[in-house]
Design a protein around this ligand. Structure first.
Ligand code: ZN
Ligand code: ZN
Length: 337
């Protein structure tokens, strides 16, 4: 089979290798589409400490089951599936207290074991979810990122009528925008430095879009809200600069969701007095423990529309270009191996 193989940082080759073997409780999946995620860029650049190289990356994929292990009866050959890439141990105290995303023994398809940027991928059957009829496999490839956003938005617990700021309008920010609207947010404001992405945010229902590179963002946000800030903010970009912007736009008593993946060495300067006096809450969100089914429901029902987020569909051979950030104006790049 053809596969995209990263042997060391900044080195990706399309290789030919045997179709992988699988154990008695695993399934072999023919990959239909696999989304390129920021995590893949970080793995390629060698700044994802969690990744284990050499590796076939790719963790946001959909496909068809083409073979199953001998003890598998929950899925059959021909089933159309998506995969939760994060495999947890089930034995640690996090797994046994409804916090399985915090499992210290976590293995992750496309991060610590071979993933979906290949013609075939192997996954334990515990990770498989059947795709509801009516949902295309291209859209289904978004299930994992939508599930992660759902986990974050649930932790942020937006109440109906609250104003929300989202910093970053990549695929993650644009899913958060739709989820925030669905949860009953009042006005949803999107800040993003790329004007093409801002336009899409506007189309998808943002009440105000602002480009922080033009300066004066906090004033623009507060002007739009007639002098107040937002009750909730989401960093969907990653790093100290978007976090500072998001924090500055919060109302007293506001909540900030740290969702974007900052690089490991990034640090963030905040004033403890500000957190204290304005009684702010900072919330983390890591992957998704139990949201895959709900994400599929949101996609299949059309409540979350990811079709406008597919900006490019490319071949495996062009993956490195995407990982080198050489494809301009991307939202979500789907790879069809
Ligand atoms: Zn991802
Ligand atoms: Zn565990």
């Amino acid at each position: 089979m053809k596969a995209a193989f990263i042997d060391k940082p900044h080195s990706l080759n399309i290789i030919d290798r045997d179709i992988p073997s699988f154990s008695s409780r695993e399934a072999l999946i023919k990959v239909h589409a696999c989304g390129v995620c920021g995590t893949d860029l970080h793995i390629y650049e060698g700044v994802m400490p969690w990744a284990k190289l050499p590796l076939i990356p790719g963790h946001e994929f959909s496909g068809v089951v083409v073979d199953v292990g001998k003890y598998v009866d929950s899925v059959s050959i021909g089933d159309v599936v998506v995969v939760d890439p994060n495999i947890t141990c089930g034995l640690c105290r996090y797994c046994r207290s409804a916090k399985r995303n915090l499992c210290p023994n976590i293995e992750s398809i496309g991060v610590t074991r071979d993933g979906g940027f290949a013609e075939y991928v192997v996954a334990p059957i515990s990770q498989l979810y059947r795709v509801p009829s009516g949902l295309s496999l291209d859209e289904a490839a978004f299930t994992e990122p939508v599930a992660c956003c759902l986990h974050g938005i649930t932790r942020l617990s937006i109440k109906p009528g609250e104003d929300v700021l989202i910093v970053g309008a990549g695929p993650i920010g644009l899913v958060h925008l739709q989820l925030a609207k669905r949860t009953g947010a009042g006005r949803v404001i999107v800040a993003e430095v790329n004007d093409m992405r801002l336009k899409l945010a506007e189309k998808l229902g943002a009440d105000l879009t602002v480009n922080p590179s033009e300066g004066g963002t906090v004033e623009t946000v507060k002007g739009f809200l007639k002098g107040k800030g937002v009750e909730a903010a989401i960093d969907a970009a990653g790093g100290s600069t978007p976090l500072t912007l998001a924090l500055s736009c919060l109302e007293p008593g506001g909540r900030l969701l740290v969702f974007g993946v900052a690089s490991e060495n990034d640090t963030w300067t905040i004033k403890p007095y500000d957190i204290y006096k304005r009684e702010l809450t900072i919330i983390g969100s890591f992957i998704n423990p139990y949201e895959m089914d709900s994400a599929l429901n949101l996609l299949a029902s059309g409540a979350i529309d990811v079709k406008p987020l597919i900006s490019h569909v490319i071949k495996l051979e062009d993956l490195e270009k995407a990982l080198k950030r050489e494809i301009p104006n991307t939202i979500k790049v789907l790879v069809k191996p």
